[in-house]
Structure formats: C-alpha cells, structure tokens
Design a protein around this ligand. Structure first.
Ligand code: NAP
Length: 458
C-alpha cells in the first residue's frame, strides 16, 4: 500500500489526491490531506470572492473527493512552522509527501509610503472579507471616500468590486458579520483601479471585467484617450497590426464600449469605479500620519510590451490603498526554495535538492509553478506531479513506514480536526447564518472554528 501525505487542501491539494486515486498503476493508495487550518478548500474558501457563487460551488466537487474512503482530511495540522510538523518527520511517516501549499504572501510595491496606515495588500483585504482566521481582528473601518487599487489582475477586480458593492448585495453571501457591517457603513464612493501598462497588457479576464460594468450601485468609467495610448486598442478596432490574443481583443472591446457608449447612470448608483492605465505608482502620499493619495508616473508604451516613464506625474487622492500586484510563495523550512521565483525547485513535480530530484518529495499548484492560472489549471499541474510520483512508487513502497501515521502524529501532540470536525464547523456556520436571517455565515476566528469543530459552539 502506497501512503501519501498531501500538504494543503486547496484545489491543488485536492486535485493531487484525486489524481492519486484515479491512476491505475498502484491500486492500493491511502492519502492524508493535511491543512494548517481546521477547514478545507484553501483559496476556494478564503480567496474566491463571496459574490462568485459559481466558482465557490466548486467546493462540492472538492468535497466529493475528500469524502472518498481512501482519503483522510487532517485539519489543524501545520507543516514547517514553529512547533509544527517538519518535512523530515512527514518523510519518515509516509512513502511520499506532496506539498500543495500555494503562495501565502503578497508581492510588495517597493515604493516610499507603502507601510503607511491605510495602505494594505489586497490579500489582507480578501482575508478579512473571507473570514480567514489569521486576518487582522480589527479589520477595515472603510472611512475612506476614495480608494486606489494598484494592479489590473483578477484580484484587483475582485477587491474593487467588493468595495463598490453595498452590504445589501453581499447579505446573501457567507461574508462574516463584522465585514458585512463595515461594508454597509463604508464611505467609499470612488474606486480607482490602476495599471502601470496598457489595457492590452491587463491580466484580468473578460468575464470579471464585464462584471464591473454590471454593478447595481456603481458606475464604471474609462477614458478613451488613455485607452488609445495603447497601439493594440486601434488594432482591436480593426486597424492594421499583429493579430491580438482573443482575451485581449475581448477586453479591449468591452473597454471601448464603456468609453464610447458609457452605461447610463442609475439613480441609486452613488459609487464610481475608474479604470486607469499607463500610471506607475512611485510613492504613497501622507497626510496626518495616514495615506492620503498615490503619486503615479505617467508611462507610455516602449514598443516592446513594456513601458517608459514620460516625466509627467499625476496624484490620485486615496485614503485607502490596496496593492493587488500578485501573490508570492514563501519558504517552507526544511524544503528548498528559489527566492527569485518564489517557488520550490522541481523537475516535473519532483522536489530538487542539491541539484537532484529527491524521491518521495513533490510539489503541485502555485508553490510549484508560481501564482498564475485559474483554479482548473491546478488539475493538469497535479496530474503531472502524480505521474512522477507513481513512476517512483516501486522505489518508494520498498521503505517501511508507519501503518498508522495519524496515530503517530497524535502521540506527538497533534490534535487534528478531521472530517467530522469540519462538518461540525459547517453546521455551526449554518446555525450562525440562521440566527442572523442569512444563509451560512463564516466563523472568522481560530477559537470559534476550533470550538465549532469540537461541537462546542451554540
Ligand atoms: P496577476 O494576474 O499577476 O496581476 C498582477 C497585476 O499587478 C498586473 O496588472 C501587474 O502588472 C501588476 N503589478 C505587478 N507589480 C506591479 C508594480 N510594482 N506596480 C504596479 N503594478 C504591478 O495577479 P493577481 O491579480 O494577484 O491574480 C493571481 C492569479 O489568481 C491570476 O492567475 C488570476 O487570474 C487568478 N485569480 C482568478 C480569479 C477569477 O478567476 N475570478 C480571481 C482572483 C484571482 P504587469 O502586468 O505590468 O506586471
């Protein structure tokens, strides 16, 4: 029997477990899916925006995998941190360990003023409205009138959309109580989403972009003259030029529609989203010890896909700044790490130590390939890793390992939250929602989650 530990129960971890069950070369496989949190599903629970119900519903397919008899969910079992399990110990207990730990940190802007009060990473904001138990307890008061979101990827679009939605629109979601109250009392009326390059280089996808134009309480504006600074804008309109990738053409078509035929303003649309391009942040401005705005350098295309500064600057007022400039993997003590790419070095998913593949240790998902792609991209990524693992299996199963690794970990002091504990959390979240006249509402703190897992919540 091949015994595998998968570290991380987000999409890449669950797809890895699924691929292990679906392969046919090794018939007897048992998989323990470990997670630092007492809850499964990783970024599907704590990253996908609460108003994206369709993507959230992916949880039911991940759930079906985790409920297979050959899989055991082991929540509240961190790996690599102080006092947590070590990669060396896992290697002793299992034939193989697959690390699917994602990209836990965010990239900095590296400009003066970045650490001023009022300036946050988008990850902090997302964690807060997603009820991640590590999110800052005091949350976001949202007293700002104007917010700047730096970056034009899907995370930027997510946080801008949540800022622009009223509490009434989010009441039907699982947003935690405190975040819903704060969003309800929010004074934010302007949200600027700002890209340092042109619209043809934006990383958002068209469906997510279109949503910004369909918010009941917010009006989208784009400046046609700014869009036209991008040579691809004319190409998308039918002028001669190299053919554009489909997603770029679709994005430019949506933007042109908004520039030339702005959506009519509804009476109750008191918020505005401004989508800006060719502005590179150079400094966060301060007033009274807090962020008061962002100074941008106006850029222009350099003809090579990049931009150059033009020597012109523009200040945008903002009492709230969210940096949505990408995630970054963090080193896991005991595993090799490439600090430039922010990933674990690997060969087809096999962890590389001292220049050679280390049999029995694997990676999948963002910690393997970097923070790119949609959730589905993790499926093929996991399959590649599992193919390598299964190829190594004859060598791996030759080593005797514990028949009861979980028992061994319990003896070592681990107090895991298993599947029943998670189901108990789900019941507690449904009960909390019912008491508030809502659907399930997420429990936002560690003690609440652990009490619920032990059936100690109301
Ligand atoms: P992303 O797609 O890599 O976008 C990052 C953005 O930040 C880019 O516009 C980038 O511009 C900009 N940026 C980077 N460094 C910057 C700097 N120093 N100054 C100014 N701008 C800077 O990252 P993401 O939005 O975090 O998304 C991560 C992944 O999750 C993506 O694959 C995304 O599609 C996925 N995701 C999907 C969904 C969804 O499907 N609904 C939702 C959320 C996230 P440059 O291009 O110029 O570098």
């Amino acid at each position: 029997m091949l015994r595998v530990a998968v570290v991380g129960s987000g999409p890449s971890g669950v797809y890895t477990a699924q691929a292990l069950l679906e392969q046919s070369r090794v018939p007897e496989v048992r998989v323990h899916v470990l997670d630092r949190l007492p809850t499964p599903y990783g970024l599907v629970r704590y990253g996908v925006a609460p108003d994206h119900e369709k993507i959230k519903s992916l949880q039911s397919s991940l759930r079906a995998v985790l409920e297979d008899d050959r899989i055991t969910f082991v929540g509240h079992a961190g790996v690599g941190g102080a006092g947590e399990l070590s990669p060396a110990r896992l290697k002793e207990l299992y034939h193989a360990v697959v690390y699917c730990v994602g990209a836990a940190s965010d990239r900095p802007l590296a400009v003066p003023g970045e650490d001023l009060p009022g300036s946050y990473s988008a990850t902090e904001f997302v964690s807060w409205y997603s009820a991640h138990p590590d999110a800052a307890a005091d949350g976001f008061a949202l007293r700002a009138r104007s917010a700047v979101v730096v970056g034009v990827g899907n995370v930027a679009v997510d946080v801008a959309r949540i800022l622009a939605r009223g509490a009434a629109e989010l009441r039907g979601t699982d947003v935690p109580r405190a975040a819903l109250d704060a969003l309800g009392a929010s004074r934010v009326r302007e949200v600027h989403i700002v890209g340092r390059r042109g619209p043809s280089q934006a990383r958002f996808t068209t469906k997510e972009l279109r949503e910004l134009g369909a918010l009941p309480g917010a009006r989208i504006t784009v400046d046609g003259a700014e869009l036209a600074l991008d040579p691809a804008y004319a190409v998308a309109a039918g002028r001669p030029g190299a053919p554009l990738p489909a997603v770029v053409r679709r994005n430019l078509d949506v933007l042109r529609g908004w520039a030339t035929d702005p959506p009519p303003t509804a009476v109750d649309q008191d918020r505005r989203i401004r989508l800006r391009f060719f502005l590179r942040p150079v400094e966060l401005l301060e007033r009274g010890g807090r962020v008061a705005g962002v100074r941008f350098a106006r850029t222009a295309p350099d003809g090579d896909g990049g931009v150059r500064d033009t020597g012109v600057y523009e200040d945008v007022e903002a009492q709230l700044v969210l940096r949505a400039v990408g995630y970054r993997g963090t080193p896991l003590p005991g595993l090799p790490f490439d600090p430039v790419r922010g990933t674990v070095p690997h060969l087809a998913g096999r962890v590389v130590r001292d220049g050679a593949a280390s049999p029995g240790e694997y990676v999948a998902g963002w910690i393997k390939r970097g923070p790119t792609g949609v959730i589905g991209s993790n499926r093929s990524c996991a399959k590649e890793t599992v193919a390598s693992l299964i190829e190594d299996a004859p060598l791996l199963v030759g080593r005797e390992v514990s028949a009861d690794p979980l028992g061994a970990l319990r003896d070592q002091g681990l107090r895991p939250v298993e599947w029943d504990g998670w189901l108990s959390i789900e019941r507690a979240e449904s009960a909390l929602g019912r008491s508030l006249g809502r659907g399930p509402v997420k429990i936002p703190d560690w003690s609440g989650l652990l009490d619920a897992a032990r059936g100690e919540s109301q």
